[in-house]
Structures are given as structure tokens and as C-alpha cells.
Design a protein around this ligand. Structure first.
Ligand code: GLP
Length: 259
């Protein structure tokens, strides 16, 4: 039975612990490969962030070696900053292009993201929400913020949120400043798939590496289901799992065999 929000419960999210970050990336890439193999026309939900870089490297390698093809797949980004120039290297569309989509055999018209230069951003958010729901995401890759956020759904976001314009928390802007020349350059807002939109995905795969993720991972997987920890919403999903390195898993109380 799904847990009600606020109810304390054990981990409903299956997790696998790998020895290091590289091994988590391979496991996540294995999951994406499995989805593509069973349905070459799959819709893949892509996340950005340092965590995903190894996952994309592994998928690119598999594609370049000829063992995997994205030729019939489509991909959907989770979120995008508002206020960056179209060619800004940290615009998520550009990050994903550089690290993944231009390196594999995806069609150019098979990559979707919120358009943060649209004249009306609320209308654009609603358009993107409809697009993602209509696509039906077969597997959604997710990272987790240090404050437990998923995509840009900050603590306090309702679990039924649709794609919308959001303000980034100070903590998130501070964390993401490492990708910019200065902290002031980090955008104040973004369009993000809402938690409710993300939960529509048929399968969700959360990836986390490093000791700085151990607290949000414990809270998300073993803590109460609460909008104060956006990633705890995954406990409400029927097919959510996590791949964690030893450090990210270090605060979990449940013993699971290491892979
Ligand atoms: C950003 C993204 C999230 C991502 C998070 C963690 O805020 N919007 O989707 O999960 O960063 O990023 P990292 O993997 O760099 O820790």
C-alpha cells in the first residue's frame, strides 16, 4: 500500500550499493541500456549535475562501440535555468548536448527541454508538462541535491507539483556555483518538471555518490515521506530504485548486499 505523506515507513525504494562512483555510473547505464533493449523507441528522462557525467560517459562509450543505439529513442530534460544566454555553457540544454546527446546517435529532433527564452514562461512550463506526460517517460534518471531536492523541486514543494517556474534556494545556488565563474552568476530561477510530473515516469533511478549525499539519501530512502525532503516522494512510486556508492549509502540503516 502506498505510504501517506508524513507516515514513517521503511525503505520502499530498492537500492544497490556499488564500490565507487564509477561503478554506480555503470549500473545506472546498465539500467538505461536494459530499457532501450526492450524498447528501442523508449523515452528517457535525463538529469544534469556532476553525478550524471559518468553515466553519460558510459552510455556514450557503449554507443560508440556499437553495442547500444539511441537512434529511435527520445530524451527529455528535467529542468532548465532561466536567464542564461542560449549559448551559455551551463544552460542545461548545452550541458546535455556536450556530455551526451551530440555524442550518440539520437536524432536532433529527439531531444526536448523547457525553453526558458519563451515569451511566457508559465505557458511554456505547462506546454512542457503536457509534452512529458504525453511521452510517458520509460526511465527517469535523477540526482539528488544536498537539501534533498530532485530536479529543481526545493524543500516544501508539494508532491503533486506540475512543471513550473521556480525560485532556487540559497543552498542550491551555493551548491551549483561551482559550475559558474561567480556565485552571482547562478540564475535565480528555473523551469523544472514538478515532483508530480517526475512521479509519472514508469521507472525512476536515483544515483548518488559521495559523503555529502549520505544525509539526503538517508532522509529520502529511510525518513518520513515529507515534502520537506522532495526525494522522499520516491517512496510513493512503485518502481523507484537507487544506486549509491559506499559513501552516499553510509548513513543507511538497512543492510543490503554490496554489488
Ligand atoms: C542540480 C539539478 C539536479 C541535480 C542536482 C545534484 O540542482 N537540478 O537535477 O540532481 O543538481 O547535482 P550533482 O550531481 O552535481 O550533485
Amino acid at each position: 500500500m502506498p505510504a501517506a505523506q508524513g507516515e514513517r515507513r521503511g525503505p520502499a525504494v530498492r537500492f544497490h550499493i556499488a564500490a565507487d562512483a564509477a561503478a554506480t555510473a555503470e549500473m545506472a547505464a546498465d539500467s538505461v541500456e536494459g530499457v532501450i533493449r526492450s524498447n528501442p523507441r523508449a523515452s528517457i528522462g535525463l538529469a544534469t549535475g556532476a553525478t550524471m557525467e559518468g553515466v553519460y560517459r558510459s552510455l556514450v562509450r557503449r554507443c560508440q562501440e556499437g553495442s547500444l543505439s539511441f537512434a529511435e529513442a527520445t530524451v527529455y530534460l528535467l529542468d532548465e535555468y532561466i536567464g542564461l544566454d542560449a549559448d551559455h555553457p551551463q544552460a542545461y540544454r548545452n550541458v546535455i548536448t556536450r556530455s551526451f546527446t551530440e555524442l550518440v546517435d539520437l536524432r536532433d529532433d529527439a531531444v526536448f527541454a523547457p525553453d526558458c527564452r519563451a515569451p511566457d514562461l508559465d505557458t511554456e512550463a505547462r506546454r512542457y508538462d503536457r509534452l512529458v506526460r504525453a511521452a510517458g517517460i520509460d526511465i527517469q534518471l535523477l540526482g539528488i541535491g544536498r537539501n534533498g531536492h530532485i530536479a529543481f523541486n526545493e524543500p516544501g514543494t508539494p508532491f503533486d507539483a506540475k512543471t513550473n517556474v521556480v525560485s532556487l534556494s540559497k543552498a542550491t545556488r551555493r551548491d551549483n556555483a561551482r559550475f559558474f565563474d561567480s556565485a552571482e552568476e547562478v540564475p535565480l530561477q528555473a523551469i523544472t518538471q514538478g515532483t508530480g510530473t517526475i512521479l509519472q515516469a514508469k521507472q525512476i533511478l536515483l544515483v548518488a555518490q559521495g559523503s555529502h549525499k549520505s544525509r539526503p539519501i538517508r532522509d529520502a530512502l529511510e525518513g518520513p515521506v515529507t515534502s520537506e525532503v522532495p526525494a522522499s516522494a520516491l517512496q510513493l512510486h512503485g518502481d523507484a530504485s537507487a544506486v549509491l556508492d559506499l559513501e552516499a549509502a553510509s548513513r543507511l540503516s538497512t543492510d543490503q548486499p554490496q554489488v
